[in-house]
Design a protein around this ligand. Structure first.
Ligand code: PHB
Length: 391
């Protein structure tokens, strides 16, 4: 039997016992970082890896008397791989923390392992609301998709947009986007003429864009995960929709800073709501973007912030516990933590372990010859609206 098969066969209880037995006694705190370095979500892995490396370069690789060792594993953008790699990292490498998770199915796959092994899982990317409710050991430093969608819905209503066609990727965060936007928009009198879902794998938007255009909406609301905005924008332009007077709105994933510089002028004027733009105007962000770009050779996108702040959360939690690295101590320390990120002020909600952050409205503009999401309005300390509504 191959080693990984044996591992997969281990019961969850055995994993828990192993992890518990090894916590605390070590001088090295190990962080198992599982992201996609290859496959469809490779841009997210590339961004998070660069951000984690930058954080350690700037802050050193030791905190509270412990060395922090990051063990990077490539999920290949396959959630089953994430689960297997998390099992191996917990059982063989005896990591104290797992982190990363480029898409929702990957984060959901590790939730039961985090619970059984009492190992904190720092979600640095995936954005479906439900994720943090799947384990008391999950904490999120990225975002929730509805956080941005309700804000752009309000903006649309206020700016005379009455009829919208929604286009979303056909999986959990797409459903979150469609639902949270539609409820808020129609609740304020807007009309959703059509709700279109596009496959996540190798999407061809062209036929869906034609259907959307035929409905003659004021705007198309689009959610695609980071990494797919370039394909979408290309097909949107090829169909001539940029010239048809149909506005493009959505959460900011579509105008992701990783791809935006190469999207072409058709992207200009796209209005999105999101928590991070490389153009965010603060001294902290200017320093961050400069250091990141210099070290990585590309612009940070919103996923980089999940990685950078995820590391900050781990370091600060270790300071607070005096280097104690068992799951319960770390999670307790992480709850309620607040700091100034390059994206603006953020905090970990002590009740939900989810992120509370500013959401900005931005418009794509050309600045010094390059496309940016230029922020023009701020909504402060936005909580995940889905969890807020459940209370
Ligand atoms: C997700 O799968 O949760 C996800 C991935 C990329 C995004 C947003 C959500 O940009």
């Amino acid at each position: 039997m191959k080693a990984y098969k044996w591992m997969a066969a281990l019961s969850a209880a055995a994993i828990g016992a192993l992890a518990a037995g090894h916590a605390g006694a070590q001088e090295t705190v190990k962080v198992g970082l599982i992201v996609s370095m290859t496959g469809q979500q490779a841009s997210t892995g590339k961004q998070i890896k660069a951000a984690v490396e930058l954080y350690q370069k700037q802050n050193g690789d030791a905190v509270a008397g412990k060395k922090v060792q990051v063990i990077l594993r490539d999920s290949g953008s396959v959630p089953d791989n994430t689960k297997r790699l998390a099992q191996e990292l917990i059982v063989n490498d005896k990591v104290n923390i797992i982190a990363g998770f480029e898409i929702t199915p990957a984060a959901l796959a590790v939730a039961p392992l985090a619970t059984e092994a009492k190992v904190p899982a720092v979600v640095m990317a995936a954005g479906t609301s439900i994720i943090t409710e799947r384990s008391p050991y999950i904490v999120r430093t990225s975002f929730t998709v509805p956080q941005s969608c309700v804000i752009i819905a309000d903006w649309a209503v206020k700016n005379g947009i009455k009829k919208v066609v929604t286009i979303v990727s056909d999986y959990a965060p797409g459903f979150d986007a469609e639902k949270s936007f539609t409820e808020r928009f129609t609740g304020a009198g807007g009309q959703v003429a059509q709700a279109i879902r596009v496959p996540l794998a190798n999407p061809d938007f062209a036929p869906f864009l034609q259907r959307a255009a035929d409905a003659k909406p004021d705007a198309i609301f689009i959610f695609v995960p980071s990494g797919q905005g370039g394909t979408f924008m290309k097909q949107y332009t090829e169909r001539g929709l940029d010239k048809a007077g149909i506005k493009l709105i959505g959460p900011g994933d579509v105008t992701d800073d990783d791809l935006l510089p190469n999207m072409g002028d058709a992207a200009i004027g796209t209005v999105t709501a999101h928590f991070y733009s490389a153009d965010h105007n603060s001294p902290k962000n200017k320093t961050f973007v400069e250091a990141f770009t210099k070290a990585a050779g590309f612009r940070p996108n919103f996923m980089a912030l999940g990685g950078y702040d995820g590391m900050h959360l781990i370091y600060e939690a270790l300071k607070k516990t005096g280097g104690k690295a068992d799951g319960d101590s770390l999670i307790t320390a992480m709850k309620g933590m607040k700091w100034e990120s390059p994206r603006g002020p953020i905090q970990i909600d002590p009740e939900t372990r989810d992120i509370i952050q500013n959401v900005y409205i931005r418009k794509v503009e050309k600045k010094a010859g390059s496309l940016y999401n230029v922020e023009f309005a701020t909504f402060e300390a936005v909580k995940d609206p889905v969890k807020a509504a459940k209370k």
